[in-house]
Write a protein that binds this ligand. Structure first.
Ligand code: HEM
Length: 142
């Protein structure tokens, strides 16, 4: 996975600004879940407060993964396996990234078109790893 060091720095700064807005995770999940009925069905009955906390950590792990930090790939592979068990169409991962970038644009007051590309490069690499792990692994029995 590759992203220039300056992109990783710009991403960290933008993520810090966006997530200092207390609405950040609420706006993301509302936007993503409202994107389609199929997505809403996947989240029905899930503990959203717990998911918000875990999502916050996973965004940081994605930046560790682009930096090649040991262990980060293992966590993203684990996330792929978590998602294998859910009924997720491959295109939903693209919707997920679009919803996240739109949320960053809303919550980071200094968001720019260049930052849009930076979020897509940094987070998109992690999303691709999760998507690959989720779609390659055979589904485990329930
Ligand atoms: C690739 C981007 C994604 C990331 C970074 C991400 C992140 C996460 C994380 C960190 C968890 C918690 C895992 C754990 O319990 O240890 C999780 C669970 C979950 N994710 Fe995702 N997710 C992604 C894509 C999606 C998509 C596309 C959907 C649905 C359309 C989805 C639906 C869910 C659901 C329903 C759970 C709860 C699973 C359960 O507790 O049974 N995620 N996700």
């Amino acid at each position: 996975m590759s992203a220039a060091p300056s992109q990783v720095d710009a991403f960290h700064a933008s993520l810090a600004r966006a997530s200092s807005d207390p609405r950040f995770l609420d706006v993301f999940y509302a936007r993503f879940i409202e994107s389609s009925r199929d997505v809403a069905v996947v989240f029905a009955g899930k503990d959203m407060e717990q998911l918000k906390r875990k999502l916050r950590s996973s965004l940081h792990v994605m930046t560790l993964a682009v930096d090649g930090a040991p262990g980060a790939d293992m966590y993203l592979d684990y996330l792929g396996k978590v998602h294998t068990r859910l009924d997720i169409a491959p295109r939903m991962y693209d919707t997920w990234l679009d919803a996240l970038v739109a949320t960053a644009a809303e919550c980071d007051p200094q968001f720019t078109r260049d930052l849009d590309a930076v979020w897509r490069a940094v987070v998109g690499a992690g999303v691709q790893m999760i998507k690959d792990a989720a779609t390659e692994a055979p589904a485990s029995p329930a």
